[in-house]
Design a protein around this ligand. Structure first.
Ligand code: ZN
Length: 652
């Protein structure tokens, strides 16, 4: 049964919702379908954990907005109502009241009066009141959270020189704990632990203060903080276990359940080692506390879950890279002291997402490389995936958007991008994930967290530069991954155009670059622009700025030089150099240029951020009650899906 698939869905504010298709789902065996089904349930049950991690008020705000949304009976053409709906949809998308990318608190377009009236119209039983809390107190507190721009202005503040904990409103540290206090707490833990194979201290807990003023970790585990959500996750993992594809995968699931039960970071490392070693199954998943971008100190991991199915065809491409990992490591322009002598276990797989949850929903990464523990990566390698069906959905909407016509310098370059853009994007993602993150090594004794707040940006820069350097290498043509020696130019042009100009469209006027991947792209492109003026320039044509690349070979040399330096910084843990690089090239925007780019972009009327609506899986029973199939459907609307998740998977 083939139906035309409609990728494009809702559009509002700076967002666009797409659907992704799970190709070949109907061809899977019933066991595989059930494995996906229960892993998908486990990926959805952790949703409220992330909401609470993002902001202590997030779930209260969401539940209240949802109650208003479902019970409102006023005129739907009213401006306040319309603005309210957009606000709620943005909050859903961001898993909280702060923009998912810029981290700034949303400005509500509706009035405080409208909000207070709607809350007072609601039956108190529909509202998430605390015990003994009056509706009036509740309404005032929430109104302050939503409307007062000085209350919780920013989820993650990265501004150098400020107390990053006091000024960030994420919920990883109890109110009042300062950055020096938290840093001292973890420095103390680290100093007592063996430097060999350290666990990722702090990743699965909230730092709190007891009655005597002493700091302690409130651990996210069964029976602890978020215990209710975690128990539901474990229940679904238990069911999934019955359909595991092999005994190793069973062991992976068992170990993950143990970790959720005991909260012990050693168990987590054991789980990560089992997980990275399980490469035989066609269906895989991650579920747990994973990425640290949401913590200004880069310690606490936000909860995410996803489920995927292998894409056999595209996997062959990524495998080719992994099989040659050592060749790439040996030939990189990096100082040999910082190279891995033995590149092992870079498992490359192209997959299709089957479910996105937690911090991967609705906005998702298109490539994932785990685990994050430095020593596990060094000793056991990492699993690296490129998510083909999400990339495919992006490509469909990008075509015909008018971006290239507006921002690319001339027709010849547009043609180059049209011809090679897709293949280069895929390959660059593969190089970044399969080889870039897995390459290089720390010098003995260097702390993996030495670069602190700059660590994420430097790590992304390292992986991107590895990809940029090698995408122009004739080795890729030789391996049959690139059609010829010219195609890479398309990637160079689009990368520089994005880093120097077009990625600015995602940032509000007056703001700076905050997010690690964006900082990395700005860092690479602006460092190159400054230091290699003979390779790349910004020129003005008809009062518009364009990127001009005059020497592609020299540009490759520039990427190689910067790769060597960034690897040195990482390997030596050179905090000062990381700070200088990131502060000098990765953060500040030229206000005039920013304004121009946003104006040109706005005329195209496109959404800078995209996210995904999940498919819906349902168990099919026969008359005797046996499960005979799992159905997949793609027609759930954005608001229906969000309301259903809010109801079905509510734990906090
Ligand atoms: Zn990366």
């Amino acid at each position: 049964m083939i139906q035309p698939f409609d990728t494009l869905q809702e559009r509002f504010a700076d967002l666009q919702l797409l659907r992704y298709e799970v190709p070949g789902f109907s061809l899977l065996s019933l066991r595989q379908k059930l494995l996906i089904y229960y892993l998908a349930e486990a990926a959805l049950w952790g949703r409220d954990i992330l909401w609470d991690q993002n902001c202590s008020q997030g779930i209260r705000v969401r539940k209240t907005l949802e109650a208003i949304y479902t019970h409102y009976d006023g005129p739907k053409e009213e401006t306040d109502w319309k603005a309210f709906v957009v606000y709620l949809k943005r909050v859903w998308f961001a898993n909280g009241i702060h923009h998912h990318y810029s981290c700034q608190k949303f400005e509500p377009g509706f009035s405080r009066e409208f909000f207070l009236t709607e809350v007072s119209n609601l039956n108190a039983a529909l509202l998430p009141l605390r015990k003994d809390e009056t509706k009036e107190h509740f309404a005032t507190e929430l109104a302050k959270t939503i409307f007062n721009p000085r209350v919780m202005p920013k989820r993650v503040n990265q501004a150098d020189g400020e107390d990053l904990l006091i000024t960030s409103s994420c919920n990883y540290y109890a109110k009042g704990i300062t950055q020096p206090e938290a840093e001292a707490f973890y420095a103390n833990i680290k100093s007592k632990a063996s430097p060999n194979r350290p666990p990722m201290f702090g990743m699965n807990s909230r730092l709190e203060r007891d009655n005597d003023g002493k700091l302690y970790e409130n651990v996210w585990q069964s029976g602890g903080l978020y215990g209710q959500a975690i128990d539901h996750i474990c229940e679904m993992l238990c069911k999934a276990r019955d359909y595991a594809e092999n005994t190793q995968q069973k062991a992976v699931i068992d170990k993950l359940i143990s970790f959720y039960q005991n909260g012990n970071l050693k168990t987590f490392d054991e789980y990560a080692i089992l997980w990275v070693g399980e490469t035989e199954s066609e269906i895989d998943f991650t579920n747990g506390f994973t990425e640290v971008y949401g913590d200004p100190l880069g310690l606490k991991a936000s909860w995410e879950g996803y489920v995927n199915v292998i894409d056999h065809e595209a996997t062959r491409r990524a495998k080719t890279l992994s099989n040659n990992a050592q060749w790439f490591e040996n030939h990189s322009p990096v100082d040999s002291r910082f190279k891995k002598k033995e590149c092992r276990g870079v498992t490359a797989k192209v997959i299709n997402a089957a479910m996105l949850g937690g911090d991967l929903y609705p906005s998702s990464a298109i490539g994932i490389n785990l685990p994050n523990s430095n020593w596990i990566r060094a000793e056991y390698g990492s699993k690296s995936v490129t998510i083909a069906n999400l990339t495919h959905a992006y490509n469909i909407v990008a075509k015909g958007s008018g971006m290239r016509q507006e921002f690319v310098i001339d027709d010849a370059t547009i043609q180059l991008l049209d011809q090679y853009g897709d293949i280069c994007d895929d390959l660059h993602t593969d190089l970044h994930e399969c080889l870039g993150h897995g390459s290089g090594q720390l010098l003995p004794g260097v702390d993996g967290d030495a670069l602190r707040a700059y660590g994420s940006t430097i790590e992304e820069a390292r992986a991107d530069l590895f990809g940029l350097y090698y995408i122009a290498d004739s080795k890729l043509v030789e391996l049959g991954l690139m059609p010829n020696d010219e195609a890479y130019k398309s990637q160079y042009y689009s990368y520089m155009m994005n880093g120097l100009l077009t990625q600015m469209v995602r940032i509000e006027e007056g703001c700076q670059i905050e997010e690690a991947h964006m900082r990395n792209r700005a860092l690479i492109s602006r460092w190159t622009l400054t230091n290699y003026p003979d390779a790349v320039q910004i020129i003005v044509k008809d009062n518009k700025h364009y990127v001009s690349i005059s020497d592609y070979k020299l540009l490759r040399k520039a990427f190689g030089t910067l790769l060597a330096e960034v690897q040195r910084i990482k390997s030596e843990g050179d905090y000062e150099a990381a700070q200088t690089l990131v502060e000098q090239y990765g953060i500040k925007l030229d206000a005039k240029l920013h304004k121009e780019i946003r104006k040109r972009y706005q005329r195209l009327n496109l959404a800078p951020y995209k996210g995904f609506i999940n498919p819906k899986y349902e168990l099919i029973h026969d008359t005797a009650g046996n499960i005979i199939d799992v159905s997949i459907s793609y027609n759930e609307a954005y608001d229906k899906q969000m309301l259903r998740y809010g109801k079905q998977y509510s734990t906090l």
